[in-house]
Structures are given as C-alpha cells and as structure tokens.
Design a protein around this ligand. Structure first.
Ligand code: GLU
Length: 490
C-alpha cells in the first residue's frame, strides 16, 4: 500500500491547531470532522502544529492537543510525534526551509518582494487611507524598484492578478469576493517565520491535503489564500467551512473568553469519550435520521460532509449529560466499578465498612441517579453515600411510620423481619423482596418497609429496603435491624 498521501488521490484531511492554549470543544469538533471524513474514505488524517507565531505560543499546548485527541480516540496517521513522514515534520517551525524554498520561487517569478518600509511608514499610509475614508491596501504602495531580499525585511506577495475570486465551499456553496479583498500580504515575517497565510497553503499542498475543514473565520481571508494558490500554481483543495458553535443564548460564538471549557475538563468530570465523540459529531452535522446514539464506527460509516449544517450549532450541554448517562448505563459492571471507584473521594473509601464487594453491590444504586463522575464525587462529598459504608446515626423518632401511634409499634415488626432475614437468600434484592413480601402484605407495606428502610439507612429518603439489604449483606443488615430495635427499647 502506498502510504504517501501526496502520491495517491485518496482523501487527506488535517487538523492544524496553533499551540496557543488548551483545546476547547470547537477545536475538537473540527478535529473530529476531519478525522471522520478521512476514516470514512480510508484516507489520511494529519495533525499539524501551526507554531509560526512564537509570541502567542503557550508552553505545554502541543502535549495538551495530543492528549485531548488521544483521549477521544482520534488517532492521527502523521503528527508531531511521527519520526518519519513522506513530507517532513508536522510542526511548522521545523519546516522553515520548505517555506523559504517556495518564497524564493515566488521571488524568481517576480511574485514576491521585500517590504521596504518601516512599520512607522506603513502606519502613515494606513492613517492616510483612514483620513480619506478608503480601505488601506498595501498594494497601492508597492515599491517601483525591488531590492534583493536578505531575510531581514518582511517578504510580501505581489498579488498575481487583481480580480474577483469565486470559489466553492462544500458547506456554504458558491462564495465570491471582490478585488478589494486582495492585497500584497506578508508571506515571511522579519523574524524568519512564515505567516499562517503562507505556511498553511504550502503545507496543505506538500501534505496532499484534499479537504480543509476549519471555522468560518477563515472565509474572509479565502480570496487572499486563492491568490497565493495562483501565485504558486497550486491546485485548490476543497473548502469545508464548519458552522460556529453557539452558546446557550444563541447569540454568541463559543470562545475561550466566554467560558469555553478545556476539553480535558470534561474528561476530569467523568464524561466518557464515546459520549463526547457522539455529542460533538451531532454539533453541526445532521445524519438526517432520528438516530441519536452513534459509536465511532457508526459515525465513520455514516458521516457525510454534504450533511454538515450551515447554521450555527447550539452547544446543548443537557444533551451531552443525557448522552453521557446513556453510555454510562451501557458500561459493563466491571467498567462501572472502575468508573465509580475513580470518582469516590478518599473520605468515602476510608469509611469503616467500605469494601470492594459492598461497592460492587452498590453500583446500580450509585449510577442510577447520576450522569457524570463529578456528580458521584459531589454526592459522596455531601456524605450521601456514607450510610452504605458506615453504620448510620439517626434520631429514633424517624423509625415511626406515619400511621403509628407510638414508636413501640415498630418493634415487633422489625423483630419479625429480622427473623425472616436470618434465613433469607441474599443473592439479589429480588430474593430478599420475595422473602419479606408476605410479611409486608400481612403487616401493611408502609408499616413494615418504612421502619425497615430507616433502620438500614438511617434516612427518611433512601433506596428501598430490599436494595439496601442486598448492598449491606446479611450480617450488616441484621446488625442494623438489631441496633434499631435496641434504640427503640432505649
Ligand atoms: N492554525 C489555525 C488555527 O489554529 C488553523 C486554521 C486552519 O485550519 O487552516 O486557527
């Protein structure tokens, strides 16, 4: 098989983040769509690090980006960790020679020239344009004579043709922009690094990228990009503009500044990768059916860039919670145990009666009521699971059923239950229920089950007594009933 994406006509997509901080949902969604499209067509997915603006770089971002994608299972074919690729490094700062190579090509063709002005001089031009109420265009000040570029000055594009550009966007359809959008933009900065505008086009070409998926903020610059494609003689890739992700109030795009969360925070809160991937796939893509739950494999099979929506996609965190709950419910008992254990705080795990066996029997009770691990932690920290792993302390008065005249009435009922439970089969809450049910029917359900539940949990609100007895096991169940009886006797 030929693995070189530049030599075959297979689909190649890339996710090209700048290492400027943590990844949020928007970035990950772009990565996911690019990943799904590549996988669907047995293509190649590249992770490229765009680190040519050194002033904006945040340390640790590259590791964070990789960790985030790995968490979600979006494995790349080539990335910053690849020892060998058919096209060199996937980190732009390690590809400077490539950009210089193309820069010199453009100089030779007369399509690039050194910017002779100082920043102050450019500022004067800019102010002049503002005073005359016309847009500032550098190309109006193109120098008549060109010196040789020695790398100390910015290198600018000489726009090959001033014209209206029209292009197709897979999502937005035909787009066009007039010549006022074209300018002699900087290709290489005076610090030797290329601009995003120049570098990404060269990389996409060298890496054989067929489909560019990115946010809508790049639409306005596309005519400029197209003039660079033309200057370099490169074929245009497919442009696939993803819809913005909107916050709950639908008015604003989600961004780091308005509380967009680090994607790994979702992981820390107990969102399962399957839920996250499923949720993000449906944020801006609509399969056109009623189906809501998709495994990654389903998504790869179903994903279709023709069904990416144009309109902004609402970030519906309630939906994400719901999905997480569905995926949590579907975990095996073993996986649920690992999941719950990870989120139980040390205080709960060091309660005197804590054991893995008892926790295993508590799993359904614990997971039934929550949607994320963070909720487990919050509930545990509030002490609400303590009765599962510690003898409860409670006021005897709550043992009394609402129809009872005095607490003493409860005593013979608990004694009867104790007797039955001595012989009962504790292998499930159902077998316990079967053992106690005839007594409940004789004595009255509330009359028996209320005090029994309080004896076992020490609480007026708790799971039913059969479930509790099953979780606690025979010894502890009998001991707690006995304690309740002793308390009533005073
Ligand atoms: N490096 C750009 C960013 O992080 C990527 C844009 C693109 O995908 O071309 O915004």
């Amino acid at each position: 098989m030929n693995n070189n994406p530049t030599e075959t006509n297979k689909v190649v997509t890339r996710f090209a983040p700048s290492p400027t901080g943590f990844m949020h949902i928007g970035g990950v969604r772009t990565a996911l769509f690019a990943y799904l499209h590549a996988r669907k067509h047995n293509g190649t997915f590249i992770l490229r690090i765009e680190d040519t603006d050194k002033s904006r770089e945040v340390e640790g971002s590259i590791e964070h980006i990789q960790e985030s994608l790995r968490w979600l299972g979006l494995e790349w074919d080539y990335g910053p960790d690849s020892a060998e690729t058919p096209f060199g490094s996937c980190i732009q700062s390690k590809r400077l020679d490539t950009y210089l190579h193309y820069a010199h090509q453009l100089i030779e063709k007369g399509l690039a020239y050194p910017d002779p002005y100082t920043p102050e001089e450019v500022e004067v031009f800019r102010n002049q344009a503002a005073a005359e109420k016309r847009p500032f265009l550098f190309r109006d000040h193109r120098p008549t004579t060109t010196e040789t570029w020695d790398g100390t000055k910015p290198l600018r594009l000489k726009v090959p043709e001033i014209k209206r550009y029209t292009w197709n966007d897979v999502v937005r359809g035909e787009l066009s922009a007039g010549e006022e959008m074209l300018d002699d933009i900087i290709l290489i900065k005076s610090d030797g690094y290329p601009t995003y505008n120049f570098a990404h086009i060269i990389d996409d070409h060298e890496m054989g990228v067929t489909h560019i998926m990115r946010a809508d903020e790049f639409i306005a610059s596309t005519p400029k990009f197209l003039s660079i494609y033309d200057a370099l003689g490169f074929k245009r890739p497919e442009f696939v503009t993803l819809p913005p992700i909107l916050r709950d109030d639908k008015t604003k795009k989600l961004g780091k500044r308005d509380g967009a969360k680090d994607i790994l925070e979702y992981k820390a809160e107990g969102y399962l990768r399957e839920a996250m991937v499923n949720f993000l796939a449906l944020t801006g893509w609509n399969p056109g059916t009623e189906q809501e739950l998709f495994t990654k494999e389903d998504l790869i099979a179903t994903f279709d860039i023709a069904k990416i929506q144009r309109a902004g996609a609402l970030l519906n965190e309630d939906k994400l919670l719901w999905m997480n709950k569905q995926y949590l419910n579907n975990l095996s008992q073993e996986d649920k145990l690992v999941y719950v254990t990870n989120f139980l705080p040390e205080e709960t795990r060091s309660l005197p009666q804590f054991s893995t066996d008892r926790l295993t029997r508590s799993i359904t009770t614990i997971t039934e009521r929550i949607s994320t691990g963070k909720e487990i932690r919050d509930v545990a920290e509030a002490g609400e699971y303590d009765f599962l792993f510690n003898s409860p302390s409670y006021d005897t008065s709550i043992l009394k059923w609402k129809n009872d005249e005095s607490i003493q009435a409860v005593l013979p009922r608990l004694a009867e239950a104790h007797k039955i439970l001595l012989e009962a089969d504790f292998s499930s809450s159902e077998t316990i229920k079967e053992a106690l049910w005839p007594l409940a029917e004789t004595l009255g359900k509330g009359e028996l089950l209320w005090p029994l539940r309080v004896a076992l949990s020490g609480q007026e609100r708790s799971p039913d007594p059969f479930t509790l007895a099953y979780i606690l096991g025979p010894d502890e169940t009998l001991a707690r009933i006995k304690t309740a009886c002793d308390k009533i006797k005073g």
